[in-house]
Design a protein. Structure first.
Length: 243
């Protein structure tokens, strides 16, 4: 009975520790503002913004949610947290005073982009070798000769200011609808009825001429009654007599 109780207590402690560890990626997604996404597929980097904190404070917040394999020493400029499936680069935002950038890199993205000598200044070479493979230090891939040192060294960082008020690249804003154009001139649109009706004079007879039309669109025809029309008597009134 005592052995069974001890096993249940041990299992409960394990689950409690796992729940307390949490996940750094989910914590960052839920608490920081996403400003940019780079790469695609397995090689991606997501960049978040944090206001009103410094680099060590943010790095320790993340580490408390998920313990990293290695975390670089405290720095006001930049710190790295290394996990088996990601590398988190916490760096000072030089564009905005009091802001911190949190870059969550997949292992593949870090391998393909970071300058190898730069990254070794923060992370142990043996750990990088286990993550990226031994050839990463000596090959001629982008990872070994790149000048990339994190988001702040990227060309896209120069445009970061506009991302503060607009969605990050790749997103769409469907609130704006295109308006009809009037060939560059201001005015209103007018429409012509599809079946205009023929106007008729007061005596309800259609007007003779090309402008008069039947309801089906053809010209009306008129027949003159047998015999010629009544002779005119001119301007004088009177009557005719037979001889």
């Amino acid at each position: 009975m005592i052995n069974k109780l001890s096993k249940w207590i041990a299992i409960l402690l394990v689950f409690t520790l796992l729940a307390a560890c949490g996940d750094a990626g989910n914590y960052i997604k839920d608490n920081y503002s996403l400003i940019d996404v780079q790469g695609q597929g397995k090689s991606t980097a997501k960049i978040y913004s944090v206001a009103g904190k410094n680099v060590p404070t943010v790095a320790k917040e993340i580490a408390n949610k998920e313990k990293p394999t290695e975390m670089s020493k405290d720095s006001e400029e930049r710190m790295f947290l290394v996990y088996d499936n990601k590398i988190i680069n916490v760096q000072k935002d030089t564009n905005t005073e009091g802001n911190i950038l949190v870059e969550v890199d997949s292992i593949q993205y870090a391998k393909e982009n970071y300058n190898s000598s730069f990254l070794q200044g923060y992370v142990a070479a043996t750990l990088l070798q286990s993550l990226f493979g031994g050839g990463w230090f000596n090959n001629n891939s982008r990872g070994s000769d790149s000048d990339y040192k994190g988001y702040t060294s990227s060309k896209r960082y120069n445009d970061y200011g506009k991302y503060q008020s607009t969605p990050y690249p790749g997103s769409t804003d469907s609130t704006t609808k295109p308006q009809p154009s009037t060939s560059g001139r201001k005015g209103s649109f007018t429409t012509t009825p599809s079946n205009p009706q023929t106007t008729t004079p007061p005596n309800n007879k259609p007007t003779v001429g090309d402008s008069a039309r039947k309801n089906d669109g053809s010209k009306p025809t008129y027949k003159t009654p047998s015999g010629s029309s009544k002779p005119s008597t001119g301007s004088r009134s009177g009557s005719f007599k037979r001889k």
